[in-house]
Ligand binder design. Sequence first.
Ligand code: FAD
Ligand code: SIN
Length: 533
Amino acid sequence: MIKCDFLVIGSGIAGLTFALKAAKEGTVLIVTKKEKSDANTNYAQGGIASVFSPDDSFDLHIEDTLKAGDGLSKTGVVEIMVREGPHLVQELMDFGVQFSKKVSRRAKKALDLGMEGGHSKRRIVHSKDLTGKTIETALLNALKADKNIEMLENHVAVDLTIDSRKEHKRCCGAYIYENKSWNVNPVVSRMTLLATGGAGQLYLHTTNPSIATGDGTAMAFRAGVPVANMEFIQFHPTSLYERGETERAFLISEAVRGEGAFLRTVDGKTFMEKYHPRKSLAPRDIVARAIDTEIKKSGDKYVLLDTSPIGRRRFKNRFPTIYNVLVDRGIFPQNKSIPVVPAAHYLCGGIATDSDAKTTLKGLYAAGEAAYTGVHGANRLASNSLLEALVFSERAFRDAQRKLPNLTFSTRKVPMFMRKRKKRAEKMIVVHNREIIKKIMWDYVGIVRRESRLIEALKRVITIKEEVERIFSSTQIFTELIELRNMAQVAELIIRSALMRKESRGLHFIVDYPHRDDRYWKKDTIITRGDRI
Ligand code: FAD
Ligand code: SIN
């Protein structure tokens, strides 16, 4: 058994920034299920939205965020995020993150601020199109030197451990599976942070890497913590269309549209003017739905992103990674337009937290994409998620710092998880069920929903969930099985939330209730284990 003051589950921006601060107060153990840089953070392209320009203001950033959130974002929490953002972006630079600067001599040290959909001003702080990797690398370098931080790669959190005695009720840490030895050991902590990221892998087409299976959300739910607004799945409008299936769709950053690229159909017609005054730079839910509609209408497999207004040299300089990938695949942005389709990208809902990232379970915090803070409401504004992760992991740290002197280790003895079992389930069964979930979610719980399809999806997902639970409790567990159990759980939560919300708002569009209904639905959908729904 390992003991630490802070257990951090996940090594993306939320987990790492929390760990670097917590290490000043006590011992930190980071567990991460694959390689340490295997995180959504590492793939972020566009950047971090934050107010740095003299012609921008907190009020405008707040207004844009609330507008994108379509009536469900919590104003107070949005204000916190926007106001605390610039200081934490500056702190990233102090950790060694190099953001792109303007090239002109007059504006020597000014940040080069990008533009993205739904923003009324240029406010995206970026490192060309490798923002996430630049951040992840700098944070990992910074924590190398810290003796108070230990990191375990290829270790998978399976479930939280709870002291359930009434007067002591709290989180005591988690059971951690080690990939190499197949052992599951308890880690006992004074405080635990779930920073496990999103759940894009629940969908057939996603921009998310393989780690994004909703583990933290499922673990928290099983521990009795409420989850909120799971129906709001953000589809990024422009992932690169490729023939056949890929584990992860390559993203064509919204910043490309921010620099002037625009959408048109395969036969050359622009269409975004029919859907929103901001055309190709409308909020994401609108662009993704417009593309979905146009593709269904024309029967084409994709629409085109015309990059000609940017020019080859500028494109190559501003988006070197995207450029190289396109060249590799025989698409030259200057000569040809880029074939693009929407793909599942971001989970707006998640583990319900307050504005200090606390969950309802004592000793348990959640931050980053795994958490639901109330910032994004029904739709996330572009580049607000790295910012949210930064701000609320910092607030988790500050709250934990205040509470630490009065929070000792739980006195409850943590039971063993289960003995090693000789029998391992066939991987084929796990792979097969994973594929089925991804297909069900894509076909039945996608950009445009229908009640009858959601009901059918729920039936199928529950059958898979029950089968997986049987396998999980009777055979030797392994990473893919742990993930599948979580995926089935999170799929069920998404579908149930989608069925609860009897209106269309933001990212949740359901043909049976095509309008926003503020009389009944200007509220969150919250599900807690044991609820009768
Ligand atoms: P992640 O960075 O996803 O990290 C999660 C960590 O948890 C990983 O280390 C993972 O291995 C670990 N983990 C998960 N489950 C377990 C488990 N059971 N046990 C142990 N470890 C576990 N947002 C922006 O604001 N701007 C952008 O420009 C932007 N671009 C994006 C581009 C792409 C292609 C993608 C996919 C996302 C983008 N986003 C962007 C979203 C943003 O990157 C993520 O929301 C953010 O990085 C999430 O950070 P996180 O720390 O919460 O989670
Ligand atoms: C992008 O670069 O388009 C992604 C930005 C985001 O998801 O916020």
